[in-house]
Design a protein around this ligand. Structure first.
Ligand code: ZN
Length: 177
């Protein structure tokens, strides 16, 4: 396995709409290796999610996991999941704002409104259908990664940029607010 280079804001690959995988593409060694490397890269940089576009591959693959994460110490755990060709749908109009960061937008945080509860359908790395409901931080992480697969970043979703902050200023002025 290897750690992949993460594209930073400004790299055009982050603005691509990622292409779906055909069912037979999921089991290929190339796709499986990419997924392993994405998981390793996410863990290396203490991410809670990573989309393939962030490692310069414009395909509909995202990985998520929240487990003892130093960047998000207060957040509930989310088991490791691989989402292929994900589709999401809000289960209500209820939205909440909370802080997000991004491995492609380094050393910054901002408050982003997200749906509180979503339905997620797609496939896992075995190519099997997945269909589940996610809420709270879990739903937030999936919406953030899904956005990447549409060529969007969290800045695009902020209502305004007044909470956008560098991490040292976040710790100094904003933490727990
Ligand atoms: Zn991101």
């Amino acid at each position: 396995m290897s750690i992949l280079k993460v594209a930073r804001l400004g790299h055009p690959v982050l603005r691509n709409v990622a292409k779906d995988l055909a069912p037979k593409e999921i089991s290929t060694s190339e796709t499986q290796r990419l997924i392993d490397n994405m998981i390793e890269t996410m863990k290396e940089y203490d991410g809670v999610g990573l989309a393939a576009v962030q490692v310069h591959v414009p395909r509909q693959i995202a990985v998520v996991e929240v487990a003892n994460n130093p960047r998000y110490p207060q957040k509930p755990e989310v088991p490791l999941a691989v989402l292929i060709n994900p589709k999401i749908e809000p289960l209500s109009e209820e939205v909440e704002e909370d802080w997000e960061g991004c491995l492609s937008i380094i050393k910054m945080r901002g408050k982003v409104p997200r749906y509180k509860e979503i339905k997620v359908v797609g496939r896992n790395r075995e190519g099997n259908d997945v269909d589940f409901v996610a809420s709270g931080f879990h739903a937030r992480v999936i919406q953030h990664e899904w956005d990447h697969l549409q060529g969007k970043v969290f800045l695009d979703r902020m209502k305004d940029l007044s909470t956008l902050t560098y991490l040292p200023e976040y710790s100094r002025y904003w933490i727990n607010r």
